[in-house]
Design a binder for this molecule. Structure first.
Ligand code: ZN
Length: 380
């Protein structure tokens, strides 16, 4: 079963810089770039130091974390592979200390969301089963007490098995941004609709966050990791609810409904000083670059403009600093998909083009404006 490509055949440029958003690209799997956030490296060091005492302890700790990280990558690839079955591309996989994130181009709803969310934890269950099989074959003595397990007596394989089981159960906690939050939302959506389903799932998530926070503080001593998770879950639920409000506000609209049509464009040979003057003189933040034949050559976003001014001065040519692979969509593209593209990093506007060339531009600012207008209209 394959859903149509969201881009209607238009090219959405894949950008794969070595470092993006504080995350280093370490490889590619299934054609998806895999990145490690710098805080993850801190975790590796911390874990190594925790299990040290001896040099072997440090290396063992680091090795365990690296193997665990392999399991997390496989978990994310599980999501990505299932997403692909529904025609959804995965832009990147990023590893953070609290887990991995597979950034999908869009999240389909209903059954597809349910299966994509379940695919990750199921990978960990399968891994745990395989590790158990290996341990049985090797007739490794299974540790009997928690002390033995935590004391480092247990084999790395056994620790990995437990870690995978933990990943399985932890991810199925019904709270955003955990997979269980999506599973819950998808199941609710299938019966009571996406908007109501998300709202209830977000409430459940925030309720769980409060429970986590209480458990982290009482009984003492304080458990900082649990507090950290509570914080993330609370934020995640809020974000998901906000996103859903945005999504339902734009439902049924297209790129054409939200685009601005009055804006200045630059020519590739213009100096960026001209863009700087326009930035000061108007509200416009991002500038489409159009060549002498009226073709879209690129886009100069506010961030790149300011960076170029600081490093090269006003005489630098727009051509040298513009983004040559802007996101271009047709006017009929559902606004929901435009919304997804706008949320990607680094922030950049989406250009709207018809057969006649550039017809408009959608930025997060004017989309936000549209969403707040539609909310006021609903209230009145
Ligand atoms: Zn997951």
């Amino acid at each position: 079963m394959n859903e149509p490509s969201p881009t209607n055949g238009m090219k959405i440029a894949p950008r794969e810089p070595l470092i993006a958003g504080g995350a280093l690209r370490i490889g590619t799997a299934l054609g998806i770039p895999i990145r490690v956030h710098f805080t993850f490296l801190l975790l590796v060091l911390w874990f190594g130091t925790m299990s040290s005492g001896s040099r072997e302890g440090f290396l063992g700790g680091v090795m365990f974390i690296l193997l665990l990280f392999g399991c997390v990558v496989l978990h994310e690839l599980g999501h990505a592979a299932m997403a692909k079955r529904y025609g959804v591309q995965t832009r990147e996989i990023v590893l953070y200390p609290i887990g991995g994130v597979a950034r999908l181009d869009r999240m389909p709803s209903g059954k597809a969301e349910l299966l994509i969310a379940l695919a990750g934890p199921l990978v960990n269950l399968v891994l745990a089963g395989m590790l158990f099989g290996v341990l049985l074959l090797r007739q490794v003595q299974i540790p009997v007490s928690a002390e033995q397990l935590l004391g480092g007596d247990a084999s790395v394989l056994w620790q990995l098995l437990m870690a995978n089981l933990t990943l399985f159960f932890f991810n199925l906690i019904p709270a955003f941004p955990m997979d269980g939050g999506r599973v819950l939302r998808a199941m609710l959506s299938l019966s009571i609709g996406q908007e109501k389903g998300t709202r209830i799932a977000a409430w459940v998530g925030q309720g769980m966050a409060v429970v986590f926070a209480i458990l982290a503080i009482y009984p003492p001593p304080m458990r900082p990791v649990l507090l950290f998770i509570a914080f993330f879950v609370f934020l995640g639920a809020g974000q998901e609810a906000a996103f859903e409000r945005g999504r339902s506000a734009v439902a049924g609209l297209t790129a054409k409904d939200a685009m601005v049509t009055r804006f200045d464009t630059l020519a590739p040979q213009d100096q960026i000083g001209r863009a700087a003057d326009l930035l000061v003189a108007s509200h416009q933040q991002d500038f489409p670059v159009v060549d002498a034949w009226g073709r879209i050559a690129g886009v100069l976003a506010r961030g790149s403009l300011l960076a170029a001014l600081a490093s090269g001065g006003r005489e630098t040519a727009v051509l040298e600093v513009m983004d040559r692979e802007p996101r271009v969509v047709p006017p009929e593209l559902p606004l929901e998909l435009v919304f997804r593209y706008l949320q990607s990093r680094p922030p950049a506007p989406v250009l709207v083009a018809s057969d006649q060339g550039l017809v408009g531009m959608v930025t997060l600012d004017n989309l936000g404006e549209l969403i707040s207008i539609s909310h006021s209209l609903k209230k009145s």
